[in-house]
Write a protein that binds this ligand. Sequence first.
Ligand code: NYM
Ligand code: MG
Length: 212
Amino acid sequence: LNPNLQSRGALVVLEGLDRSGKSSQCSQLLSHLQSIGCSAELWRFPDRNTAVGQMISAYLSNQSNLDDHTIHLLFSANRWEKRSMIEEKLKSGTTLIIDRYSYSGVAFSSAKGLDFDWCKAPEIGLLAPDMVLYLDISPEKAAERGGYGDERYERLDFQGKVREKYQALHDASWKMVDACLPMEEVQKKLREYVLECVAACKNGKALSHLWS
Ligand code: NYM
Ligand code: MG
């Protein structure tokens, strides 16, 4: 172990279409990490608890209307308001599992027709995840899972566009997991990836920033 390297927690992001199973997988991951004595927390974006988050929540539940650019920037602001807390957590040795991050921001807004690079711009400088786990599912299969809710974006045709945008965003650092495998198998794969990532960060892997 190089003594100049800082041991820290890992920043792990789960992404995927609505009803891809992210939230259940995230909570199982958290329980697993905690059960093996790893300090970990589960966060999600949007974080609906802040003032900005409440505006986002009202928009998603159709209680308010906002210009597409405006809501995009609010989603981004919601990450920026948590940026320093994320950094503190990681530096204190806590691993963060985050349900959605900047990739959701870009995929959902650009699927509406906003310029892809314009959508990426406000995310520049946020902490880059150490690992992105993408739960891959077709919108048709996702819709079979008890159907979508009533929130904005939860429509089959739109989810298809979001998936295309995710495909444009993903790079070699993403781990693609077939979300149609049995839940336990998805969880098994996710655990393997996360443990690998936690070990790398413990051994001094440096933090980086978007978009890297
Ligand atoms: N969403 C989420 C965005 O449009 N932009 C973002 O930056 C983020 C983080 O919010 N359909 C969308 C994706 C989801 C919706 O998220 C609510 P969830 O995880 O379903 O509560
Ligand atoms: Mg949802």
